[in-house]
Design a protein around this ligand. Structure first.
Ligand code: S3P
Length: 168
């Protein structure tokens, strides 16, 4: 079974994905890392050179063409569900789980390490809160199409594991 973790940057997709994969005995795949591996450069560098549109195409191709193992937890980039038919594709090919978190909580978690994220790296603290609020509002209609929505703050890997097993 393929489990796609979706949600805004900083909501914990990779951290939770890794824990969950260990608990379930599934493989863990981080799509951003796969893209970077294929490119041989960072997403930040690729964005700067080629722009967001080129990145979104690459992201969608990677999502759809990756050679997934039969059981995998897949952490997707925060924007992935919001472009092309990526959300339909994930729902047709596995279970999508939205890790929901408020803009305020996300801003706090994203303050450190924002230089690794091309959409945030040039924003001041105040600009970042505003940006997250706006982007989250814009993206929520895509995220909410996930098969399951979970609360990112009170999330436990054990509860996630039980929920996934109950759906098999
Ligand atoms: C992005 C999120 C990033 C990465 C890229 C764009 C976004 O992934 O794909 O920087 O548009 O929200 P994470 O959600 O893993 O940070």
């Amino acid at each position: 079974m393929k489990i796609f973790l979706i949600g805004f940057m900083g909501c914990g997709k990779s951290t939770m994905g890794k824990k969950l994969a260990v608990k379930l005995g599934y493989d863990f795949i981080d799509l951003d890392h796969q893209i970077e591996k294929n490119l041989g450069t960072t997403i930040t560098a690729y964005f700067a050179e080629n722009g967001e549109e080129a990145f979104r195409k690459l992201e969608s191709e990677t999502l759809k063409n990756f050679d997934y193992p039969s059981n995998a937890i897949i952490a997707t980039g925060g924007g992935a569900p919001c472009f092309f038919d990526n959300m339909d594709w994930m729902n047709a090919n596995g279970l999508s789980i939205y890790i929901e978190m408020s803009a305020a909580a996300l801003a706090k978690r994203l303050e450190s390490g924002k230089e690794k994220r091309p959409l945030l790296k040039d924003l001041s603290e105040a600009e970042m809160v505003r940006f997250i609020e706006d982007k989250l509002t814009e993206r929520e209609r895509f995220y909410k199409r996930a098969g399951v929505t979970v609360n990112g703050i009170s999330l436990s890997a054990d509860a996630m594991r039980a929920m996934i097993l109950s759906r098999q």
